[in-house]
Design a protein around this ligand. Sequence first.
Ligand code: NAD
Length: 469
Amino acid sequence: MFQKMLIDGKLVGKDAKGKTIKVINPADAKKFAKVPKGTKKDINKAVAAAKKAFPAWAAMPLKKRQAIVSKMADVVADNAEMLARLMTKEQGKPLPEAMGEMAWAEGYLRHYATLQPKGRTIQNDDEFKIEVRRVPLGVVAGICPWNFPVLVPFWKIGPALIAGNTIVIKPAPTTPLTILKILEMCNEFVPAGVINAVTDENDLGPVLTNHPDVAKVSFTGSSETGKKIMESSAGTIKRVTLELGGNDPAIVLPDVNVKETAEKIFGGAFLNAGQVCLAVKRVYAHKDIYDEFCDELAKLAKDTIVDDGLKQGATMGPLQNEAQFKKVKALIKSAKKDGEVLSGGVVKGKKGYFVKPVIVKNVKDGDDIVDKEQFGPVLPVIKFSDIKKVAKQANASDYGLGGSVWSKNTAKATRIASTIQSGSVWVNQHINIGPHIPMAGFKASGLGVEQSDEGLEEYTQIQVMNVAK
Ligand code: NAD
């Protein structure tokens, strides 16, 4: 399979014989497709096309722009199974999860298609009419990670287009296929240059973030890259939205139903093999239930069927790429040294990047597996005894993306949750997100907001229209 890039309404990239990037199936570590290797020239062409398309797109009545975003949702819905299969092959997640991502992407697009940037009139009297308008910025660069290769680009495309901007998408180097395929289908009705997509080998991001004609960068990825993006965007004072890493704590109080809570936390930790920014990445379990809670998690880990995501019955796929596999293997090694591994580990005898869920007991703050973002199927469980101090412990992290508190006493749990320094805090649940719910991060987890009306505003610029009568 060879899938071209999209620039100025044209499918670009010589053919499979030109310079290409291999797309690897993480379930067998074998190449199964190719995409063109984009160049600096391709980025420049894509930005020029987006700049050229911008005035007409921004001037198009909102209803028409909304209809185009709705049609994109139709494309995702009408082709969900074919697209989900392709995504499982390139990303690794089990087919039902890939179908879930298609449903999510469709739902987010449908919601964006109902939104509109909201201005307001702040004065209208005999002397002046003063309006605050929300106008588009121009060309947006959407730089994407590999964990949700369809959902995340549409988190950017949807609001960017509704606000009246045009966009250049740069997928992650290891997961370009599915999103390029969808954009090819959408090219039938999206005006040329409004959406462009250029693939790279991790080398073209800076070309976008330094480009003088890019007005805003919307980035989802690691905190390290986020810092570089802020730095390089400074030269041209670009607007920047950064959705970065996380190390979400889940605090479990002693009054919970252990089995039920363990099941829910397990789900929140191991979705997409733990490669989720908002996954539970550390559990603080009270000493009274600690052993029982760890045992329940370990049982669930042992029951997980780790296999090729296209195989029926697989409940967890491989890690997405070799670099992440190596990073997770190193963390498992350090976890074995620092604590007690109750279950799981690297799956032997398979070619792909498979890890069976690892539950680590008797670890503490300061251990690598607790302090670092694992972004993989390894969950440390820390014992705590002082409910008054546990939020402070959870807050001693550079990250602040999400967090949750679990208790039968929801009022008490909510009080503790309100002291967690994270953009999203949940009570008796984890990862309840949606297009109408803002998503933001404290500290090294990000800058700005995505989703919802607040997220849409970030794709606009305030303009004050002040008319003397
Ligand atoms: P990454 O930062 O390595 O890469 C993300 C994207 O940035 C890729 O497209 C990459 O090519 C590009 N990039 C790399 N260097 C760049 C540079 N100097 N300038 C511009 N672009 C550059 O992250 P990843 O490995 O793809 O994703 C994993 C990380 O992303 C995890 O830390 C995870 O928590 C985080 N993440 C966060 C969210 C969120 O919404 N907060 C969502 C998904 C992933």
